[in-house]
Write a protein that binds this ligand. Structure first.
Ligand code: AMP
Ligand code: ZN
Ligand code: FE
Ligand code: FE
Length: 283
C-alpha cells in the first residue's frame, strides 16, 4: 500500500498551483489517494478528479473550514462531503462572503501603513471566490515589500500584527455539524495549533465529539515526533480516526512538498478505509 495526502490547497483557495498541477506532484510523490481541502470552497474537486483519473489516483472530496476558538482559530477538515449538498454550498458561500468583508479592511490598513496595494490586485491574483491572506501576502511579495509569505504574516497579517482584521467565524461545533450534515467526516486539523496542554485538548476533542467530530489530523508536516505520538495516543484513547496530510500551499509555504511534507511525512494508505467507512455509516 502506498501513501496518501489528505490536506491539499489549490488555486481555488489560497494554494498557488491549480488542481491539475497538484495532482502531477502527487503522482511524482507516489501518492495513491488524496483529498483537496480548499478553504470554504469545493470548486477545485472536479478538475482534480479528472486529472487524477489518468494516474489512477483517488480524489476524496474535502474542505477546510476555519472556526473561532478562544481568541484564535481552529480548523475543521471535512472528508467525503457531498459536493452537491445545497445547504452546505450556501454555508460555504457565506464564509466566502465574510472574507470579502474583511479583506478590503486589511488592504486599507496596509495602505495606511504606506504600502501601495489595492484589493483589485489581490482578487485578480487570486482568481477565485475564496480569497485569503496568503493572496495578499503574494501581492506584497510581488511588489517587493516582503520576501516571503512568512514575512508578510509576521510583519503585517498575523493576529496581533498591524494589518490584522478578525473575520466572523463559526464555532468549532458548528463547523463540525455542517460537515456532518453534508454527509462528511469532520476532522480536527493540525491540532498543534490548539495551544493547549494535553488535558484541555482532550476535553476540547470530547466536546467536539458530541457534535460529531470523527477524527484528528495526527500526521502533519510540522508536527514533531513527540506531537505525532501525543495526538496518536489521544485519537486511540477517544476512539477517533487518524488522518494526515501535508497542507501543501505552493509558494506561500515553499518548504512543504505534496505527499511528503517537509520530507519525512508518510501518511499510510491504510488510514483511508476507516475514514470511508465512517462516512458511509454516518447517513
Ligand atoms: P485566511 O484564510 O485569510 O484567514 O488566512 C489563513 C491562512 O493563511 C491559513 O490557512 C494558512 O494557509 C495561511 N497562513 C497562516 N499563517 C501563515 C504564515 N505564517 N505563512 C504562510 N501562510 C500562513
Ligand atoms: Zn490556506
Ligand atoms: Fe488550516
Ligand atoms: Fe490547510
Amino acid at each position: 500500500m502506498g501513501r496518501i495526502d489528505l490536506h491539499l490547497h489549490t488555486t481555488f483557495s489560497d494554494g498557488s498551483l491549480p488542481p491539475t498541477e497538484v495532482i502531477a506532484l502527487a503522482e511524482t510523490a507516489g501518492v495513491t489517494a488524496l483529498a483537496i481541502t480548499d478553504h470554504d470552497i469545493l470548486e477545485g474537486i472536479p478538475e482534480a478528479t479528472q486529472a487524477a483519473a489518468a494516474f489512477g489516483i483517488e480524489v476524496i472530496p474535502g474542505v477546510e473550514i476555519s472556526s473561532r476558538y478562544r481568541d484564535g482559530e481552529l480548523h475543521v477538515l471535512g472528508y467525503f462531503i457531498d459536493p452537491d449538498d445545497a445547504q452546505f454550498q450556501e454555508r460555504l458561500a457565506l464564509l466566502r462572503a465574510s472574507r470579502h468583508q474583511r479583506n478590503p479592511v486589511i488592504i486599507e490598513k496596509l495602505r495606511s501603513l504606506g504600502l501601495a496595494i489595492t484589493y483589485e490586485e489581490v482578487t485578480a491574483l487570486a482568481g477565485t471566490a475564496s480569497v485569503g491572506r496568503p493572496h495578499i501576502a503574494r501581492v506584497l511579495m510581488q511588489k517587493g515589500y516582503v520576501t516571503s509569505a512568512k514575512e508578510a504574516f509576521d510583519r503585517y497579517l498575523a493576529a496581533g500584527k498591524p494589518a490584522y482584521v478578525a473575520r466572523e467565524l463559526p464555532s468549532p461545533a458548528d463547523a463540525v455539524t455542517w460537515v456532518r450534515e453534508a454527509n462528511g467526516v469532520p476532522v480536527l486539523a493540525h491540532p498543534l495549533w490548539v495551544r493547549e496542554d494535553g488535558n484541555s485538548l482532550r476535553r476540547l476533542c470530547e466536546e467536539l465529539q458530541q457534535a460529531g467530530l470523527g477524527g484528528i489530523e495526527v500526521h502533519y508536516s510540522t508536527h514533531t515526533r513527540q506531537q505525532t505520538s501525543e495526538f496518536l495516543n489521544l485519537a486511540k484513547r477517544l476512539d477517533l480516526l487518524v488522518t494526515g496530510g501535508s497542507d501543501f500551499h505552493g509558494v506561500t509555504k515553499p518548504d512543504i512538498i505534496v505527499g511528503r511534507g517537509k520530507g519525512d511525512l508518510n501518511v499510510h494508505a491504510k488510514l483511508l478505509e476507516p475514514l470511508r467507512q465512517a462516512a458511509s455509516t454516518s447517513h
